[in-house]
Structure formats: C-alpha cells, structure tokens
Design a protein around this ligand. Sequence first.
Ligand code: CP
Length: 308
Amino acid sequence: MTLKGKDIVNIDDLSLQEIETILDSARRMVDIAKGRKGSNALEGKILASLFFEPSTRTRLSFETAMQRLGGGVITIAGQEGSSLIKGETLADTIRMADGYSDIIVMRHPREGAARMSATFSENPVINGGDGAGQHPTQTLLDLFTMREKFGRIDGLHVTLVGDLRYGRTTHSLSLALARMGASMSFVSPDIIRMPDHIVNDVKELGVEVNMTNDLKAEVPGSDVIYMTRIQKERFAEEEEYLKVAHSFRIEQGILENAKREMIIMHPLPRVDEIDPSVDFTSHARYFEQAFNGVPVRMALLKLVLEGE
Ligand code: CP
C-alpha cells in the first residue's frame, strides 16, 4: 500500500488500511506538530495552498504542517488575491500552481471543483472542502480525535447535529464512520437533512441511522455529539436560512443526562450552537480537534509526497 502521488478528493479515495496508516503516522507527528521536535522530512518540497473560499483552520493547519516538516508554502487566500478575478479559468490557475509546487491543497465554493482540478494537475491534489461536497482531511482529524479518546471507532454511537445538507464535513465523516463500524443519529430540521445519496450509502454499508430533530433525546445514547454550524452562505434565500437558524444549541443543562465520557466535537467555526460555558466542561473536545489538524495533515503530506 502506498499513498504516494495520490489525489485525496473524497474520503472514499482512501481504503480503511490507508486511513489507519494516516492516523498511526499522525500520532508519531504530535511532538513535531507542537514544536517540541524538529523535522526536515519535506525539505525542498512546496505546498500550493489555494483557498478560493474563507478558511482559518484548514489553510493555517496545512501551512503549519508543511512548515513543521521543513517544506515551503505558496498561497492564494481568496479569489480576489488571484488572477481568477481577471477571468482566468480555474483549470489554468491549477496548471500554474502545479508547475510551481509539489502538491496542491485547495478549497473552492463549487462542489466537484477539486475532482476537476485533479485532472489538470500532474502533482497530487488534496480537497480542503468543495462547496457542499466533501472535506476528507477534516474527517481524518475527526477520526483521529475520536480514536485518541476511545481507542476505537467501531461500536461508537455518533450523533451528527445541524446543517447536514450543506455540511460537507458531515458527508465525509458519516461515510467513514459507517465503514469503520460506528452507528449514527442524524439530527436536523427537515429542510437541511442529510442528502439521500449519503443516507443510502450509509445504509448500504449495513448501518441503521436514526433521523430526527430531537437533540435532547439523542444525548444519553451518544458517545460523540458532532455539532455543526448552519451554513448561511449556502442558502439561496435568506428567508429559508432564517427558518432553521438557531435550531440547536448545546448548553450545560442538556448535558445532564450525557454519558460521563461523551465528547462534543465541532469542525468550527461555531456561531451560537455551543454555549461558551460548555468549553470548560470535560465534554468539550473541539479545540483539541482543531489542533489535531496539524499532525494529521503532516502525516498526510508526508505519505502523499514521500510514501511510507
Ligand atoms: N473546519 C474547517 O474547515 O474550518 P475552516 O473553514 O476554518 O478551514
């Protein structure tokens, strides 16, 4: 098995063995990610970090990951910072970045943009989020966070909450969790429920999902509650957004019946779906989860650029 030279666009581009390899490697990267140890493993390599949609965590953690391993970074942050604004096509932009670098990570508002870009790039392309499509590297760090807490994914019950229609992190994550033997509840208002194709894929893997809008009822049975933001920017009409805005909020009161070991995760950014007082409970895991993006993306960059 080798990940060398591989495009990572959807989570299904990775076998279970490849996912395990990345998570194992990430564990060995933690000291370097924290700056306790140095590494020149990717010296001389360049990452093109192309973010045509806003990002804090994904862009900064990829760029940190590359630099912690001794590599260099070139970056576009926002379409207005590139010649796309002059009418250059995405295909030509990708061809340029491909020539200037060894690997591309990209985020784009259009679903399918990363897959299309991979056809124009000789070097590997990693999807840092494509519209309401997928976010596979977020899934890797989510799995890493769960595995570090529980030592396993198999047998966990994960409750995904919020904008499951546009929330690309939940699309990639639910497919991976189903393959790894976790059960799930999908909690959302009906108009932003999980897309049918994802529900069908999960069911085909033999996993029953409970689809509901009653978050409180799901708390006692959950090992992980995975909150998400309602993605205002993806609604065609503000009126539709307002119908579901502020649908769910985790506050300390709702946690009274939670398992002691239950963890709350969130890909972030959050708006108002987790009360800040929850940050100080033993359940909160979202800031550690965001940090885990660094070792996980270090592992991925090294494996895709260098192999084992
Ligand atoms: N989780 C995540 O994708 O965050 P950013 O949008 O800040 O990259």
